[in-house]
Ligand binder design. Structure first.
Ligand SMILES: [Zn+2]
Length: 144
């Protein structure tokens, strides 16, 4: 297991242990609290990239929760998948079946589920998790 720092799908810095599932709910709630108390501006958290907004509108999966910022739209979840053989910027599966196919790949992949408000542009990384048939081990292991 290694700790690396990289720029995530949203262009925000994040540190993580590569093979672990990570939930970002506490961070999200802290950001929402900061906006509500005026410590952060809405424009700083409602700045979803046009590509992410398009994905949210076209392939976003409804979360059943209203947007914590504008409170007038339901948020959706968009998942990006990164891994060997996939585009450098990740791929955004259009259907649940396509996502399931990517998660079932032989090669390990890392999935980033992003919460997005198609109305105001609020977005936050919800969770990151490894997938692929053998996500925690090297693909080819040589016998000694
Ligand atoms: Zn919103």
């Amino acid at each position: 297991m290694s700790i690396t720092t990289r720029t995530g799908a949203l262009g925000r810095e994040e540190s993580f242990a590569r093979d672990a599932r990570v939930e970002y709910r506490l961070v999200r709630n802290s950001v929402v609290r900061d906006v509500r108390t005026g410590r952060r501006e809405k424009v700083d958290v409602c700045d979803a990239h046009p590509e992410l907004m398009r994905a949210a509108k076209n392939v976003g999966k409804p979360t059943g929760e209203s947007c914590p910022i504008c409170d007038s739209n339901e948020t959706v979840e968009v998942t990006y998948v990164f891994g060997a053989g996939l585009p450098a910027g990740g791929t955004c599966p259009a259907t649940a079946a396509e996502l399931a196919r990517l998660r079932g790949r032989e090669d390990p992949v890392t999935c980033y589920a992003v919460e997005v408000c198609p109305g105001c542009g609020w977005h936050h990384l919800a969770r990151r998790y490894p997938a692929g048939r053998n996500p925690t081990r090297p693909r080819r292991r040589r016998q000694p």
